[in-house]
Structures are given as structure tokens and as C-alpha cells.
Design a protein around this ligand. Structure first.
Ligand SMILES: Cc1cc2nc3c(=O)[nH]c(=O)nc-3n(C[C@H](O)[C@H](O)[C@H](O)COP(=O)(O)O)c2cc1C
Length: 321
């Protein structure tokens, strides 16, 4: 397959940006939209109840922009009615292209309320959420799940979700009980592929374009999270295209400069340093100098200090810390 059809939406590229709490915010998604070549992108996890109640903090997370790459909102919640109201709001009031439902979040505070990975323990309840959203909305609807809660039940889950009308199913190949430890177990991909006809997207531990291409053999598309923060060019590399649609050269300097610019543009002053620190966790992931660079940014006490450090790092070409 050289493109994906998710609901009524044609997705041109097969590698997608995974939702990452506090990371796939408007800043990172805008940066990636300029660099290009992700099939679609998903926001950080957002409370359906918060959207339904139109809470200020939640609506901040729904701020959008004129994008090239389709943008999806990821919602968490437990009750079908919460989701239906939230989806109606997003459909009527924003330009988001689709909705993703979180059924994989391992955090206790989400699970306690019956959301995230808790839904993996209740396939019928999960199916009901999808059925009701589909009844009330025409937005493309995807679901992101894990292999299971404590035990694998992914085959049962994907069957129910397909039956109830999910337009795509994303599987992060870990159990809830595994958190982010160990390796994602892609061995389940062929069985899932056999079981369902709906669009099937695999996720977990993809760090390079070569790995993405290898994984594509058993899935329709791949979703990349941490690997995209550490290398925002990964989608262009997978697509075999020049990043930035030829408008500008995107090297490490250009990426970090634009990231800092967008942080200044979208966050008030007192939040800016915290935002740089959040990205720093994965920005230097796997790089030789990563630990030291991270430490320097974590120790910075002002946004300007972090900015100056990035500038010095770039002059030294990242080698001389
Ligand atoms: C810091 C962090 C935040 C995450 N936030 C979310 C989230 O908000 N929603 C979600 O569905 N998954 C979330 N995940 C899981 C990722 O989307 C993805 O499934 C997981 O990291 C495996 O993919 P990767 O190896 O490509 O990062 C998060 C993971 C990390 C490390």
C-alpha cells in the first residue's frame, strides 16, 4: 500500500507521529509540519471530559494552526457520552482532521477513572465507545491500544474495535504492565494482520528509517514517538524526500533554532524554560554527548540560558561538551 485511507481521509505517507504527553504539543507538531512527510500527527493525550466542559486548560491544548499534515486529537475518558460531546465540539469548533481514542495509557490516574489501558480489560465497553462516537460524528476515528493489560488480549480487542467501526487501529506492542520497559513485541503483528481488514498501524521502538521500512512488512503503517523527537527528519527519511518541501535546508541547527522560536511564540515567558526541558529528554536521545547536554539544559535557570547553550552547542557541532 502506498497510502492509507482512514475514514474519508487519504493519508499520503505511511509513517505517523505518535501521541506523546507534554511533547506532541502545537510547537512540535508545527515544527514537524514544516519539515514534512509524516502521514498524520496526533496531539498529546487530552481529557474528553475537559473538552466537554470546555475547560480553559484543555482548550489551550486544542489550539491549532493551518497545517499541511493532517492533525488528530487524542482523547481519553471512560464514558461514551463524554467522548461524544467532546468529539462534537472538536468537529464543530476546530480544524482537526480526526480523532484518536487512547486505550493504552498506563498511568494510574487515568486508569483509576476507567480510561486509557483500563479499557483493554473491557472490550465490550471499549467497543461501545467507538460505536457511539461513530453514530454521532463523521470525523475519521482511530484507536490506540496495547497488547493487553496484564495479559495479551489484542486479538479480541482488534476484532471488537473493527466491528464497531474504528477506521484504523494502532497497536503499541507492549502490555500495560510493561510500561515502556523492554522491547516492543512485534511478533504479534502477523496474527493481527490476519484477523482484521481495517487499517492496522504498528508502534514501538522505531528509531531509524531502516527499522520503519522493515516493520512495514506486516502493518499498513508505523507510528513513531520518541524516535521523532530525537530525529524530526525521520519521516522525510522514510518517505525518501528532502525535508521541508525544498523551501529551506533542515539541519540540526535549523531544527533547534525553530523549536526555540516556536516555544517563544506559543508559550508565555514563565513556561518557556520548562518546555525546552521537556523536549530535552528525547532531543539528545542516543547521542554520545546526550547525557551531558541534557544535564546542562536541566541546570539552566532561564530560557535565555538554555537558548545560549543550544547556540554554543551548535557552534561546536555537538562534539565538544
Ligand atoms: C513521554 C511519553 C509520553 C507518552 N504519551 C502518550 C500519550 O499521551 N498518548 C498515547 O497514546 N501514548 C503515549 N505514549 C506512548 C507513545 O505514543 C508510544 O506508544 C510509545 O512511546 C512507543 O513508541 P516509540 O517507541 O516510538 O516512542 C507516551 C510515551 C512516552 C515515552
Amino acid at each position: 500500500m502506498d497510502s492509507l485511507k482512514i475514514g474519508n481521509l487519504k493519508i499520503k505517507y505511511l509513517a505517523l507521529l505518535s501521541p506523546l504527553a507534554a511533547l506532541t504539543d502545537i510547537v512540535f507538531r508545527k515544527l514537524l509540519d514544516e519539515i514534512g512527510y509524516a502521514g498524520y500527527m496526533v496531539t498529546e493525550i487530552i481529557s474528553a471530559e475537559g473538552v466537554r466542559r470546555q475547560q480553559d486548560r484543555t482548550l489551550q491544548m486544542l489550539k491549532t494552526f493551518d497545517y499541511i499534515t493532517p492533525q488528530f486529537v487524542q482523547l481519553f475518558g471512560a464514558e461514551p457520552a463524554q467522548f461524544v460531546e467532546a468529539v462534537k465540539y472538536i468537529e464543530n469548533e476546530t480544524n482537526f482532521a480526526g480523532i484518536d481514542i487512547n486505550m493504552g495509557c498506563p498511568a494510574n490516574k487515568v486508569i483509576k477513572k476507567g480510561g486509557g489501558a483500563a479499557l483493554l480489560k473491557d472490550p465490550a465497553g471499549a467497543g461501545e465507545i467507538i460505536r457511539q462516537i461513530k453514530t454521532h460524528s463523521r470525523l475519521p476515528l482511530t484507536v490506540k491500544i496495547r497488547l493487553g493489560f496484564n495479559q495479551v488480549n489484542v486479538l479480541e480487542m482488534v476484532e471488537v474495535l473493527e466491528q464497531e467501526g474504528a477506521d484504523a487501529i494502532v497497536v503499541h506492542f507492549r502490555l500495560r504492565s510493561e510500561g515502556y520497559r523492554g522491547c516492543a513485541n512485534w511478533d504479534y503483528a502477523p496474527q493481527i494482520r490476519e484477523k482484521i481488514n481495517t487499517v492496522f498501524i504498528g508502534n514501538g521502538d522505531i528509531r531509524t528509517a531502516a527499522q520503519a521500512k522493515e516493520k512495514m512488512a506486516h502493518v499498513d503503517g508505523v507510528m513513531i514517538g520518541r524516535g521523532a523527537i530525537s530525529n524530526p527528519l525521520i519521516f522525510a527519511e522514510i518517505a525518501g524526500e528532502e525535508p521541508g518541501y525544498g523551501a529551506k535546508a533542515w539541519d540540526t541547527a535549523a531544527i533547534s533554532t525553530r523549536l526555540l522560536e516556536l516555544i517563544e511564540e506559543h508559550y508565555e515567558k514563565k513556561l518557556q524554560l520548562g518546555r525546552v526541558k521537556a523536549f530535552t529528554r528525547f532531543l539528545f536521545w542516543g547521542k554520545k554527548y546526550g547525557k551531558k547536554a541534557r544535564q546542562r539544559i536541566y541546570n539552566a535557570s532561564t530560557f535565555q540560558e538554555a537558548k545560549d547553550f543550544f547556540a554554543s552547542l551548535l557552534q561546536k557541532d555537538f562534539t565538544n561538551l
